[in-house]
Design a protein around this ligand. Structure first.
Ligand code: PMV
Length: 366
């Protein structure tokens, strides 16, 4: 493991845990996010190959309740309930994650942990459930730690939660904050890091304060290639070094566009990033294609509409066929009519998710 934070969090973990710490509980609501500059390619321990920039959503979130109680054995026992039932695949992932972060939270080792989680959005809807679920869980575990007597009520609570969320899913590191968030070291920006995300410190231009995201569900089918497999294919990708350089330049330009209220540059960079992400997939070895014919039709309709109507709207894509239509809130009336009249016909059962930029996670009463 690398970095001063690793050592800091290890040192913090070494304090005595009281014999009986009783039952500790936490509950968090954490939203997903959509990347505008994409994280695609990583080094060991979820260190990104390039910096990424996203904005956090409002309506697409995970709520996670965590209950931790000590028990007689030294083994960790996990009960994981997803949307009221058992889900073996998720449970295996969460169990691996908890074992992994127990290095920093050794009290988890001798505990019974019950986790209940639910999402407000369907799977494979083009919304990253790993970002919302892993950030909700990381926040929950950090909250539990904070309740143990003698533990620091760390002023860097969110930084630590972002660090821990990253270990579960890279993009989850960004969901710990609201608004525009970057993750990954950016040349000339001292406060940025590969280990945790940071919110945009400057005020965004007026067009960007009410940013909306209409997620158009072209296909709800499970992806044929997972994000982890996609990241791994970047290791030997012939365009990898050029891509990482491009992302580092795009993030600086996008950040300036947001601050300077430059919608034109914003649109150009966002769409370039979406095409690049899928271009990288199509040029991997083996190559893979996640786009559907309906995706391409929607993308070209969006570009045409922008040209004809002079409305500042952009698309982006995640690792899947569904389209994120990004637009300033003041264009909402016209954009909703456009979606209804021209895009819903390309959507699976006319499904879409009406979302917008949000303030970030919220601690819930337990
Ligand atoms: O966090 P992961 O490992 O699921 O990777 C996310 C990758 C993209 O969603 C395609 C891009 C991003 O930056 O969120």
């Amino acid at each position: 493991m690398s970095g001063g934070l690793h050592q800091k969090y290890l040192d913090e973990s070494l304090g005595e845990i009281p014999e009986s710490m009783g039952i500790l509980k936490s509950a968090w609501r954490s939203p997903s996010n959509i990347a505008l500059v994409k994280y695609w390619g990583k080094k060991p321990l979820q260190i990104p190959a390039n910096p990424s920039l996203s904005f956090t959503l409002t309506n697409s979130y995970t709520e996670t309740n965590v209950t931790v109680r000590q028990h007689a054995g030294n083994e960790q026992e996990l009960e994981y309930i997803f949307e009221g039932g058992h889900n073996e695949a998720f449970e295996a992932r969460i169990s691996g994650y908890l074992r992994n972060i127990s290095t920093y939270f050794p009290f988890l080792t001798g505990c019974k942990i019950r986790i209940e989680s639910r999402n407000t959005f369907p799977h494979s809807s083009g919304i990253a459930s790993s970002a919302s679920s892993m950030s909700a869980l990381a926040l929950g575990i950090c909250s539990i730690e904070r309740q143990i007597p003698g533990r620091s009520k760390d002023e860097d609570f969110y930084k630590k939660a972002s660090y821990m969320a990253r270990l579960g899913s890279g993009s989850a590191a960004r969901s710990v904050y609201g608004g525009f968030v970057s993750w990954g070291r950016m040349e000339g920006f001292e406060h940025t890091s590969d280990e945790f995300a940071t919110p945009l410190a400057e005020t965004a231009g007026s067009a960007f304060t009410s940013l909306c995201d209409a997620v158009l569900i072209i296909s709800p089918d499970k992806k044929s290639v997972s994000s982890s497999q996609g990241h791994a294919l970047m290791d030997d990708h012939p365009y990898a070094s050029g891509r990482y350089l491009q992302a580092s330049e795009n993030i600086i330009s996008l950040r300036s566009a947001i601050i300077e209220n430059d919608l034109e540059s914003f649109i150009q960079i966002a769409e370039n990033e979406a095409f690049t992400l899928h271009g990288l997939m199509m040029s991997s070895d083996p190559a893979f294609l996640l786009l559907k014919p309906g995706t391409l039709k929607v993308l070209s309709r969006i570009q045409q509409f922008r040209k004809e109507e002079g409305i500042a709207l952009a698309f982006t894509l995640d690792a899947g066929p569904n389209v994120h239509l990004i637009y300033p809130g003041y264009e909402r009336g016209k954009v909703l009519a456009f979606i209804r009249d021209e895009l819903l016909g390309f959507c699976h059962q006319e499904q879409w998710i009406d979302d917008r930029m949000g303030k970030g996670p919220e601690e819930l009463p337990v």
